[in-house]
Design a protein around this ligand. Structure first.
Ligand code: JFZ
Length: 442
């Protein structure tokens, strides 16, 4: 098996542990009401921007002229790059095109309600002005700016929630930091993990939760070698941000939401979850990766996820100048455009009252409304299962046409519905809003 194969196997094993509701312990004591209040904005939001940005955007997938077969942000491990060599990269990192306001505007234009950005990935390089350690974008680069400060200000201005990704356990550039998929390869990495946590992770998370205003999400990652005692060093820091929610990758403890990665779970569940996904095949920028998913695919993923009760955290990987790749920008703008007319059927909705669809599409609901998303129309008509309430009206959200529908007589209040195709279906999904007398349940 090659390096990528090994990494993929390791990831497949991790999927099992990170997406299943295992025996993890609840990290917080809270009532159902407190939890619902805390999760309310996130459940309403549905769609967020993930940003993987770090000094790995400088090599951008290539080391000594050769392609390193891995995702961009894992280049140090898969290239077995010595710490001393990797630590020279920041000298070349000067993202003068970085514009926090532009990124936040793009997220907003895409219809995204929150941003989660890598504050420190597994390479140990802090993307903020950390007083803990000079291996950071302010002290170690010619850039001399703190992008997270700028992003926090721009988010506050535009009403976008901000979350931080922080690789708490895996750190290849600090002695004692954990490493997965092959372990350590440089003597400089030898050290004590508890000491690393005490000297690096704890003070840095404290900085992140103190110096950047309101932080909505803490997005931990790869809990290699974490145990209760280690998690307990970090968990209390969340008290610095009342109302903050965290994912399920701290280790030992359960999180507020699950993190299926690059996949949309099949089963519906009442738990909160967020699918994170790339638009091409890498999280961190890679100059050679042009395997972009289509707008239709990304948009239908959002619909699929929301219809199953989840959130979609869609990734961008800015380059070493601080630019979001233009194929990502184009797709985000197209998605936002579609959401302008169809967003009502997405934001603040919950999963559909039925799981088996009788047509090629999905459904969501909100109060007394049911939203149908028809991906592909059959030549004749689509049908809906019986619901325990009566239909009052039907309209298309995105197309200017009357819905041609017939209610089939059923028992009282249990009519099923037949809808004829519109003359101009939407290639992403034709959205129909059905208004009922009551909450549409089966
Ligand atoms: C992790 C990181 O290693 C990766 O670089 C990226 O940041 C991604 C969002 O998260 O990768 C993982 C973590 C968990 C699984 C797979 C990849 N998993 O549970 O399958």
């Amino acid at each position: 098996m090659n390096a990528l194969g090994i990494a993929l196997t390791a990831m497949a094993i991790m999927t099992l542990t990170l997406t299943s509701a295992d025996s993890a312990v609840k990290p917080f004591v809270e009532t159902r009401e407190q939890r619902n209040a805390k999760m309310a904005w996130w459940r309403e939001a549905k769609f967020g921007m993930f940003i993987h940005w770090g000094v790995y955007s400088v090599p951008a997938g290539k080391w000594e002229g050769k392609d390193v077969p891995s995702v961009g942000e894992w280049i140090m491990l898969h290239g077995k790059i010595p710490c001393a060599d990797y630590q020279k990269l920041p000298e070349q990192f000067n993202p003068t095109k970085f514009d926090a306001a532009e990124w936040v505007k793009l997220a907003k234009q895409a219809g995204m309600k929150y941003i989660v950005i890598t504050s420190k990935h597994h390479d140990g390089f802090a993307m903020f002005h950390s007083k803990t350690d000079p291996f950071n974008i302010y002290d170690a680069t010619p850039f001399k700016r703190d992008p997270l400060k700028e992003l926090a200000a721009a988010c506050a201005k535009e009403g976008i929630k901000l979350g931080f990704y922080y690789s708490q356990a895996q750190d290849w550039n600090h002695p004692g930091g954990a490493a997965m998929a092959g372990g350590h390869w440089d003597k400089a990495q030898d050290g004590d993990m508890d000491k690393y946590l005490q000297d690096v992770a704890v003070p840095q998370v404290k900085e992140l939760l103190t110096n950047y205003g309101p932080i909505a999400v803490m997005w931990w990652d790869t809990p290699a070698d974490m145990n209760q005692q280690r998690a307990d060093m970090l968990l209390p820091l969340l008290k610095l941000q009342p109302g903050i929610i965290m994912n399920n990758r701290l280790g030992f403890y359960d999180g507020d939401f699950g993190t299926p990665e690059q996949e949309i779970p099949k089963a519906d569940s009442d738990n909160d979850w967020e699918t994170c996904m790339t638009m091409n095949d890498t999280w961190g920028y890679k100059s050679t990766d042009n395997n972009w998913k289509s707008t239709q695919n990304l948009e239908r993923n959002l619909i699929d996820i929301v219809s199953k009760g989840g959130n979609y955290l869609l990734n961008v990987g800015p380059d070493s100048l601080g630019q979001i790749p233009s194929p990502s920008v184009d797709r985000l703008k197209a998605i936002g455009n579609w959401l302008k007319t169809n967003g009502e059927a997405i934001y603040g909705t919950t999963r559909a009252p039925f799981t088996t669809m009788m047509f090629d599409g999905r459904a969501t609901m909100k109060d007394n409304k049911l939203y149908l998303f028809v991906f592909n129309w059959p030549s004749d008509e689509i049908r809906l299962p019986d619901l325990r309430t009566s239909l009052q009206s039907a309209r298309y959200l995105g197309i200017n046409e009357q819905v041609d529908y017939t209610e089939l007589p059923g028992t009282e209040m249990r009519a099923s519905l037949v809808i004829a195709p519109p003359s101009h279906p939407d290639p992403i999904a034709t959205v129909i809003e059905l208004t009922y007398a009551d909450k549409p349940v089966r």
